[in-house]
Structure formats: C-alpha cells, structure tokens
Design a protein around this ligand. Structure first.
Ligand SMILES: Cc1cc2nc3c(=O)[nH]c(=O)nc-3n(C[C@H](O)[C@H](O)[C@H](O)COP(=O)(O)O)c2cc1C
Length: 355
C-alpha cells in the first residue's frame, strides 16, 4: 500500500528529531582528528588575499561549501528550506534539496519548490532522489524533477544500510549502476552526482561510479549522522529484530577520511566531494587537503536553521572564517593551493606527561 502523506510527514519528523540527538551521530569516527594540517608560522600572504572560490561542475563557485541534501518533509518544510535557500544564495553556498521522491507522483508537491525559489531566486539548487526510487522510475520523471527545481545538478543518494533497518524500507538496489549510467546519458548537460548518506564509499565503488560517467561523487562517510542508528531507534518497540541489528551496525561504514584517501589513491576522474561528520571549517580544510573539491554539512546546518536566521548565518560565517584561518596558517592563498600542496600529516601520538 502506498504511504499516505500523514505517514510520510510523521517519518520525516521522526528523522529530524532523531538526527538531532547525540546518540545517532557516529561522532569521532570521521577520521579528521587522525590528521593535522601543518602550521606555517610565516605565511607569505595577507589574510585579506585569501580566496575561497573553486572550479566545480564547470562553474566558478564562490565557496566550496554546500548544504547537504536534507528532507524537511513536514508542515514547516517550506519555511525551513526557504531559510536555507536564502542563506545559501547570500553566501554563495550551493544547496542540495532533500529527496524528491514524493514529487515523482504528486505534482502538487513540486509547488513547494516554487515558494522556495521565490524566496531566493538566484540560489543554486541540486535535486535529489534515492537509488531505490531511481531504479523504478522513468528517466523522464527524473528530468521533470530537475526542471521543476531549475536544478544545477541531480544527486542520486545511496542508503543501503538505512533501507535495511527502515521498517518500511526498500533494499532493492539491483540494476542501480546501469540506471545511474542511463541517467547520466538522459540528463545530458545536467551533471549527475552520486552521494552516500553517512556510510561512505569504498575504492571499488568510487571507480565503478566514475566509469558510469557521474560528474561528482560525494563520499558522505562514516563519522556524522548515521542512518543505521536513526532507523534503529525508529524500529524500537516496533520491530525488535531491526532494532537489535541496528545496534550491531552502529559504527558501520567507511570513514570520510578513508573514503577521501581511497579516491585520491585511485585518482578517480569524477570530482570528489567530502561530507559526513564535517563539523567545522577546520574539518572542511582537512577534507579539501585530502583532495575534496567541495564539502557538505547536514546536521550542523539543520541545527542552526531550526534555531533562527541569525544562528544559521553565524554558523555559516564561522565555518568560512575557520577555513580561511586554516588556509592562512598553512600558507595557502586558495583552495587550489590547499588541494595541490601536501599540507597535512598524520597526527603524532599524544605523549602523556605525568605531573
Ligand atoms: C534530517 C536529515 C535528512 C536527510 N535527508 C536526506 C535526503 O533526503 N537525501 C540525501 O541524499 N541525504 C539526506 N540526508 C543525509 C545528508 O545529506 C548527509 O549525507 C548525512 O547527514 C551526513 O552528513 P552530516 O554528518 O553532516 O549530517 C539527510 C540528513 C539529515 C540530517
């Protein structure tokens, strides 16, 4: 039986409430604390010269930052997305919208995006659809999602672990790679991006996705929001098997740092983006130093956006300032500099001195 709107909204509300809890975050597992950027005491530049722009998907974009795809999915979703879109437009961040699954068959749902567009005409939006839905959809339907959003790109999300633990999940991924490849051809000029949702990507999957012709891959690794944990909590008291199994898989995934290193080692041709447990501009600098071209934040931005416009802008400004500080203190004038010079090293073991 297809899910009703009430069920859909209830699920999305659960997701937001659970995503904000500390226990559903795989904190500390992203790997950023394992490496350090090397301090340059005498940078040959002025702070004011530092530029955050990068070339990506054929555009010169003002900052490498993106708001990672998040479904708001409840009555306040238009307001929340409009708040995010306005802040992104003002600061030059791109924004991934949450899953457009409901819009595949409910054309009225597309109207929500017109309201978001009206709030921020010049925001760069990226569409979003899950692999399980892509597999069973006509490519024309996906094209319609891109058009409705006036999207710069279409993101396909991979969420194998979530689909296993979600009581109403659809863990049917057979034929996924071929469908992604067909989507790349069908969308032509509109870039296709594939992302994980917090469990990361192995080197072989990165290579297969590159061969399928995707323009960018967002590793979205282990270390932040963990959908096994979120769905495990939703399953509590409803489905004891899933709830228990989710505990077993609480730390499942490839860390964001390991996935970025795997991509670097394989020299994959697609752009690599970093997300999953990125919490500060310094984490972002480390992801960029490991070769990421763009960096995404989900939970930290959601938290700030739920507070207020001011909290959101403060969070974004802080992240930008932290990245600029990391650039200055490594002697890098630009993101290209940071990505091309090896300014990181593995963190030395901390020596404990007895007093
Ligand atoms: C409330 C919420 C809803 C999300 N919905 C989607 C979605 O619809 N599509 C998607 O690709 N990822 C979705 N994600 C996953 C994020 O894009 C991201 O990959 C993941 O949360 C890891 O980033 P983080 O550690 O910064 O939260 C969602 C995340 C959150 C917190």
């Amino acid at each position: 039986m297809p899910e009703s709107l009430t069920q859909f909204e209830g699920r999305k509300r659960d997701h937001i409430a659970l995503a904000l809890k500390n226990e559903t975050e795989a904190a500390g597992l992203a790997g950023f604390s394992r490496l350090a950027l090397v301090h340059e005491a005498l940078p040959d530049l002025n702070f004011s010269e530092i530029q955050l722009n990068v070339k990506s998907l054929g555009h010169d974009v003002a900052t490498p930052f993106i708001v990672s795809s998040m479904t708001a999915g409840h009555v306040a979703s238009v307001d929340l997305n409009a708040r995010l879109a306005k802040a992104c437009a003002a600061r030059g961040w791109w924004m991934g919208v949450g899953s457009q699954r409901r819009e595949l068959n409910d054309h009225e749902a597309r109207g929500e995006w017109q309201k978001v567009r009206a709030a921020a005409q010049n925001v760069n939006l990226m569409g979003n659809i899950g692999i399980a839905q892509l597999i069973v959809s006509e490519l024309d339907q996906v094209r319609a999602l891109v058009d409705a959003l006036e999207a710069r790109a279409m993101i396909v999300h991979l969420n194998a672990l979530q689909e296993c633990f979600q009581p109403e999940g659809t863990p049917d991924f057979k034929g996924g790679l071929q469908k992604i490849s067909a989507l790349v051809k069908a969308l032509g000029e509109t870039p296709v991006i594939v992302k994980e949702t917090g469990c990361g990507l192995s080197q072989s999957t990165l290579i297969r996705l590159t061969e399928a012709g995707v323009a960018a891959i967002d590793v979205s690794g282990l270390g932040g929001t963990h959908w096994g944990r979120i769905e495990g909590q939703r399953a509590e008291g409803v489905d004891e098997v899933r709830s228990r199994a989710a505990e077993t898989f609480a730390d499942w995934g490839v860390s964001t740092v390991d996935a970025l290193l795997a991509a670097q080692e394989a020299q994959v041709a697609s752009e690599i983006w970093g997300s999953g447990g990125v919490r500060t501009g310094l984490d972002a600098a480390k992801a960029l130093a490991l070769g990421a071209r763009r960096v995404g934040f989900a939970k930290p931005i959601l938290q700030a956006a739920l507070d207020s416009d001011e909290a959101l802008v403060l969070r974004m400004e802080t992240i930008e300032f932290e990245l600029k500080t990391a650039l200055f203190c490594t002697g890098c004038k630009s993101i290209d500099d940071l990505r091309s010079r090896k300014v990181w090293q593995w963190q030395k073991a901390q020596t404990h001195v007895e007093k």
